[in-house]
Design a protein around this ligand. Structure first.
Ligand code: MTE
Length: 337
């Protein structure tokens, strides 16, 4: 992520959302991103269904997860007039340094990640700490499909149909104490299955760690993802559990989470530790605050290629200002980048 900006990818622009699906989505567009309540649904939207998207590779989720995914509801958040990124691009152009630094490395190498069984530790400033099998951890939550923009700090972006549940629902469950001010997320550390963690050249002090202020985590847009494109998360996208915070640069969306801690102090996070002058704790998408080495005013929407670079203007808070700007009232976003 530190390195270079835009080597044009050679992805085709043809694999977009099938028209009938796109049109039926458009009929939902009266439901704006700020209206997060689940509303009346067309039947196709009542459950996760990979056949709604083109070119989705079949997954191999355990039965309990498939059952859970089958009960997914439409989360009433979409992206108006912007086609969904083809599955192939979203799953073959990745950042997951545990599996290598090349964009194709995660897809090539993440097969070694064993996601079943998986457990998640909840600890720190909570009334109900514990270690939970993922299956038990997820039991209380209704899954929702949410279509969000993903904007990487490297200035490329995608539109992805995620499946997940609001972090606010988790927080309600685990009962943060009055001392809890931040939430810290930690990725699996397992050099045996994660070649990037064995590399002597790695910049990262593993495990990968990210965090949010508690009120950011409570925002209805912040979700923990367990699926995308109607199926479970592919390993390279952070199976079996990842953060999705669409108004922030992609590096906040930590993958393959094994520990969630409620803490009183702002946690030290991976990219801020490596290069604090380039990557801040907040990492809100902001076209007016450039990265020291490149502009953030524009982005390449994937698929993008030499002859159709698909460049667009970057929107403040990645287009989610209506929902999140009030979290930062009175803050200098140039200092708190
Ligand atoms: N999580 C872990 N554990 N390791 C990583 O290297 N990369 C981050 C984020 N989460 C990363 C991570 C970055 S820089 C981005 S842009 C997004 O994952 C990319 O998510 P995607 O590959 O699903 O598009």
């Amino acid at each position: 992520m530190l390195i270079k900006l835009s080597r044009a990818s050679d992805c085709k622009e043809s694999e977009v959302t099938p028209e009938p699906i796109y049109l039926s989505r458009r009929s939902l567009m009266g439901v704006t991103a700020s209206a997060l309540a689940v509303s009346a649904l067309p039947s196709w939207a009542s459950a996760a269904d990979p056949s709604r998207y083109e070119g989705v590779e079949a997954g191999s989720a355990p039965a309990w997860l498939n059952d859970k995914l089958g009960q997914t509801r439409w989360g009433a958040v979409t992206v108006q007039g912007e086609p969904i990124t083809p599955f192939k691009d979203a799953t073959h152009y990745n950042n997951f340094y545990e599996f290598g630094t090349g964009k194709g490395d995660p897809a090539a190498n993440a097969g070694s990640l064993k996601t079943e069984p998986w457990s998640v530790v909840i600890d720190g400033e909570v009334g109900k700490p514990g270690r939970y099998a993922l299956e038990d951890f997820m039991k209380p939550y209704q899954l929702e499909e949410r279509i969000y923009r993903l904007r990487c700090v490297e200035a490329w972006s995608m539109v992805i149909p995620w499946i997940g549940f609001p972090i606010s629902a988790l927080l309600k469950q685990v009962e943060p104490t009055s001392k809890a001010k931040f939430i810290r997320f930690e990725t699996l550390q397992d050099p045996k299955s994660m070649p990037g963690q064995r590399s002597g050249f790695a910049l990262i002090n593993w495990p990968y760690v990210e965090g949010l202020r508690l009120d950011e985590a409570m925002n209805p847009l912040a979700i923990l993802g367990v699926g995308m494109y109607g199926r479970e998360l592919p390993n390279q996208n952070g199976a079996p559990l990842r953060l999705v915070v669409p108004w922030k640069y992609g590096f906040k969306s930590v993958k393959s989470i094994v520990r969630i801690s409620l803490v009183s102090e702002q946690p030290a996070t991976t990219w801020e530790n490596i290069a604090p002058s380039e990557y801040g704790f907040y990492a809100n998408v902001n076209p007016e605050v450039d990265h020291p080495r490149w502009t953030q005013a524009r982005e390449r929407r994937l698929p993008s290629g030499l002859f159709s670079p698909n460049v667009r203007e970057t929107a403040m808070f990645n287009g989610y200002g209506e929902e999140v700007a009030s979290l930062y009232t009175g803050m200098d976003l140039r200092k708190n980048y």
